[in-house]
Write a protein that binds this ligand. Structure first.
Ligand SMILES: C[S@@+](CC[C@H](N)C(=O)[O-])C[C@H]1O[C@@H](n2cnc3c(N)ncnc32)[C@H](O)[C@@H]1O
Ligand SMILES: O=C(O)C(=O)C[C@]1(C(=O)O)C=C[C@@H](O)C=C1
Length: 246
């Protein structure tokens, strides 16, 4: 049963750093839909875009898969023969629940792309060649000093006809733009039923563990990692999704 997110609804003596634990897993579908403007559109169209780049007989990564929303979209849209999806997350409760959801999807639909869910750390795991890599609001939780190495490894293992699909919360160098889009994001959260207390406590919880960059920094880092072209295909308020070509 999908629960509604009220993790930060009561005043906390000390707000702990945000962790993708069992409590978050239980409310995650509600939390991310009410916190990330455009999330359903991004997830579904990652499936559409990935299907244009997936190569036959290749691996597809969903990095930081959480409960597998993107993995399920990939399974619905990718039709190339003999593709395999590797859904990766370093949260044990996320991996356990993701496997349960994918098993349920298997029971409802025939001939979905075979998928394996693994608990692993993107920073240290061994890489395999792939034609599609998705990182949907995951890189922002990896420490900034480790992001280039991760993206370089992804590029080195990416099929020349493949693609990296990267979604991130953005910050903006222009002060007025930052203030406007940040305020509109808070309005989005209020419109989705979050109280001022929940918004404030969630901000405190993520401020040390979720470090966001500008689009320019993402673009520069991706080009440095070896990607040839970075295209912004979607933005809703301060949340965006990019196509990075090898
Ligand atoms: C905002 S959630 C991603 C949302 C998900 N991709 C989706 O579209 O529904 C971030 C996820 O990244 C995972 N994560 C964070 N750091 C990681 C790491 N170093 N290795 C693997 N997974 C990581 C977290 O456990 C969490 O499930
Ligand atoms: O920026 C915020 O206020 C958020 O809650 C963002 C965000 C995210 O982008 O991943 C943070 C944690 C949860 O995974 C859901 C949403």
């Amino acid at each position: 049963m999908k629960e509604s997110d009220n993790i930060f609804a009561k005043p906390l003596e000390k707000v702990p750093d945000f962790v993708f634990n069992e409590d978050v897993v239980n409310v995650f579908p509600d939390m991310i839909k009410r916190s990330v403007p455009g999330y359903p559109t991004i997830v579904e169209n990652i499936g559409v875009i990935a299907a244009q780049y997936a190569q036959p007989n290749s691996l597809v990564y969903d990095l930081g898969c959480s409960l597998g929303a993107v993995t399920q979209a990939l399974r619905r849209h990718i039709k190339q023969p003999n593709c395999q999806i590797l859904a990766v997350d370093n949260s044990a409760p996320m991996v356990k629940r993701c496997q349960e959801y994918l098993t349920a999807q298997d029971a409802m639909y025939q001939e979905l792309t075979p998928t394996q869910v693994v608990e692993a750390d993107i920073i240290t795991m061994p890489w395999q060649r792939a034609s599609v890599v998705t990182m949907n609001f995951t890189l922002q939780f990896i420490s900034p000093e480790q992001r280039l190495a991760v993206l370089t490894a992804i590029h080195q293992h990416l099929d020349p006809q493949g693609v990296l699909l990267l979604s991130e919360k953005l910050r903006f160098d222009d002060e007025k733009e930052q203030q406007t889009l940040n305020e509109l994001h808070l309005a989005f959260k209020r419109a989705n039923g979050y109280s001022e207390l929940e918004i404030a406590q969630k901000r405190t919880a993520i401020e040390n563990v979720m470090k966001i960059d500008t689009f320019a920094i993402h673009q520069e880092r991706l080009l440095k990692a070896g990607f040839s072209k970075v295209t912004l295909w979607f933005q809703c308020l301060n949340f965006a999704s990019m196509i990075a070509l090898p």
